[in-house]
Design a protein around this ligand. Structure first.
Ligand code: ARG
Length: 644
């Protein structure tokens, strides 16, 4: 009997297994070719296999029997092992193999097949008798797991849709957590946001915060324990300068607070100026570093004050965005560095080079510096110690770092060093694994790095407040109470900023444009939030108790629009899984946008809901769509809106 785990949401993976068999048969010499399966957008099938073209470019000219991508497609199709999943296949265009899911297989996970075989048989015989005896009878079976199968003939007619139907109904009664993908990961560290103390938290950190939070949410949903880490830059030689400047300005450290210091970035700038201009100050600053690192209380206190002030500013951003992180800054790992470097040294990895201690790595033309020529530790030494800690103390099996692509080389280098140290597998084993999630720049409307008009770094709190204010202005016209207005303006404003970032492939640069992100047309958060609110209002206006309908009603997917919506809803799980495995939030955004398009254009414009004979089923489909949309919003860190 098919189990839920095997079937729900895993159609794609099951198809991949079949196509893998076929690929091994037709190109046994290409064992690395993985099946590429995608949900279909056309009307020729439900899924398609996209391997033909890639495979053709691999095998052409090697004396293979193929004449081009279509013939590769034909071969893939013909060599598929017999399976109950597939009803029919066809090859289209340059070799795409389209698959229509089999009625029989879909039926297998429908309700009545989950009954013991003999019971199914008895029911079948009785029903045949009833149906063929022309008894107009509507029979409802309720087998106690929340769903009911009513009307035998109806059920027979839609066996093809049974998987969709069954799973959606089950999701409605049991909750969407049932659709969470299963990942082979127990505990992950997501290292994100990570601004630097006393320096500006810039749009790059905003991207890291938004992307990292989404990835953490998706992993958490997939039952992975996530350690959300803020690796703040709270250590380093700049603190000598800051502390010394602080002592100059505030001989009594008790006087130091946020208002007294004012803008910490300006404070940083002035202390830097002082450092560059006055050699005596510079010397004192360098001594201050030693005192701080030696743990002298006066210096440590001053350092704590500076960190505290910065932290308050960072928190204003996190609060607005609804992001939670646990700070374990660079300073936390400092005590671990000597031990870690000793281990690497004992393993013969570290060498002297021009007064510094470095690791030479194959494939890189510069070495990884782990001790500077002045004897100090740096970004790389801290990251090596942090990685050691995360692997050995925190026992994470996936460590994800979210920073701009500019830091890619740093990550590749210390990942390579960790492999050479034997901390990470080199034999193809999948765990523990480390991934650098890089992202592109945020550009202004002029196509250059995003700055204020006076070409200053944009203060993130101001940016978010502007997003809220702008969305508030549009909403004012709709006559809300002040409280509603604020709540919705925040949901829409912050949601718009997040979505505008997440909907692009993270590696590409994107242009920050308030007008575009706050438009209620096109692929924007505003459009999606409104679409969701409209679905909620359809349900509200029906006057039906949707919770009751969930218990007693039945979903039927007879109309093409209904079937398409149903199939799309069911594909939620595989899209979340793909987002997770490739760490690409844009995949989930695309899914969400398409869902709202399918709902509006395929379902709602063709299938009357309220007042139709199919009202119950269609209201349940509306509810399922709203639930899936809300889960997507939740995973993207966006607050849903219920009324517009
Ligand atoms: N503080 C760094 C920056 O602002 C980002 C830290 C990223 N995390 C890490 N483990 N290196 O660029």
């Amino acid at each position: 009997m098919a189990t839920e785990e095997e079937n729900v949401g895993n159609t794609k993976r099951q198809l991949a297994k079949l196509f893998e068999v076929s690929l091994r048969r037709i190109v046994p010499d290409e064992p690395d070719v993985e099946p590429v399966i995608a949900a279909c957008t056309g009307k020729f099938g439900d899924y398609q296999c996209n391997n033909a073209m890639g495979l053709w470019s691999k095998v052409k000219g090697k004396g293979s029997e193929f004449r081009g991508p279509p013939s590769v497609g034909q071969a893939i199709m013909k060599n598929l092992p017999g399976s109950e999943i597939i009803e029919s296949c066809s090859v289209a265009g340059p070799g795409f193999v389209n698959v229509v899911l089999s009625k029989k297989w879909l039926a297998k996970v429908s309700q009545y097949e989950t009954l013991p075989k003999y019971l199914y048989y008895i029911v079948f015989v009785i029903l045949n008798f009833l149906v063929f005896g022309s008894l107009a009878l509507k029979i409802t079976f309720d087998f106690g797991w929340g769903t009911s199968v009513s009307s035998w003939s109806n059920t027979l007619a839609c066996t093809r849709n049974a998987l969709t139907l069954w799973s959606i109904q089950k999701m409605l009664t049991d909750g969407i957590d049932k659709w969470a993908p299963q990942l082979p990961i127990k505990r992950a560290v997501v290292d994100f946001s990570s601004p630097n103390i006393a320096k500006e938290m810039h749009v790059g950190h905003l991207r890291s915060t938004i992307i990292g939070d989404t990835l953490a949410r998706i992993l958490e949903f997939s039952n992975v324990e996530v350690l959300r880490r803020n690796h703040v830059g709270d250590w380093g030689t700049q603190f000598g300068m800051l502390i010394e400047f602080l002592f100059e300005k505030f001989p009594n450290i008790e006087d130091v607070n946020e208002t007294a210091i004012g803008d910490l970035q300006a404070f940083y700038k002035s202390s830097k100026q002082r450092f560059d201009d006055d050699p005596a100050f510079k010397e004192r600053a360098q001594r201050a570093v030693v005192s701080l690192q030696g743990g002298e209380p006066r210096y440590r206190n001053a350092w704590l004050k500076i960190c505290e002030i910065s932290r308050k500013e960072f928190h204003k951003v996190y609060e607005r965005l609804g992001v939670h992180l646990e700070e374990k800054g660079e300073s936390f790992y400092n005590p671990y560095i000597p031990g870690v470097l000793k281990e690497l040294s004992d393993k013969g990895l570290i060498e002297d080079s021009q007064g510094a201690r470095v690791i030479f790595l194959e494939g890189f033309n510069i070495p990884l510096i782990v001790v500077k020529s002045d004897g100090g530790f740096n970004y790389a030494s801290t990251d090596l110690a942090a990685l050691w800690y995360r692997l050995n103390e925190e026992k994470a099996d996936w460590i994800i770092y979210v920073t701009d692509v500019g830091q890619q080389q740093h990550f590749n280098m210390f990942f390579e060093a960790a492999k050479r140290a034997g901390w990470l597998p080199t034999d193809g084993a999948l765990k523990p694994k480390v991934t650098h999630v890089g992202f592109g720049l945020v550009l202004g409307e002029d196509g250059k790095r995003f700055r204020t008009r006076s070409s200053e770094v944009v203060r993130l709190v101001d940016l978010l407040d502007e997003a809220k204010d702008r969305s508030k202005k549009v909403l004012v016209e709709r006559g809300w109470t002040e409280q509603e207005l604020n709540q919705i303006a925040e949901a829409v404003g912050y949601g718009a900023v997040k979505y505008a970032d997440l909907k692009n492939n993270r590696l590409t640069n994107y242009t920050f444009d308030f007008d575009q992100m706050l438009s209620d047309k096109g692929n924007t958060a505003v459009y999606l939030l409104y679409a969701h609110a409209r679905i909620c209002s359809i349900i509200r206006k029906s006057g039906k108790n949707i919770e009751e309908l969930k218990k007693t009603g039945e979903i039927v997917l007879d109309h093409d629009g209904e079937r398409e919506l149903g199939l799309h809803l069911l594909q939620f799980s595989e899209n979340v899984e793909e987002t997770c495995t490739n760490l690409l939030p844009n995949v989930l955004c695309e899914y969400l946008y398409n869902l709202s398009e399918v709902f509006t254009k395929k379902f709602y414009s063709n299938c009357q809901v309220v007042g139709s004979p199919e009202e119950t089923s269609r209201l349940l489909l509306c509810e399922a769509t709203a639930i899936v949309m809300r889960k997507c919003f939740n995973l993207l860190g966006i607050e849903p809106v219920y009324k517009i």
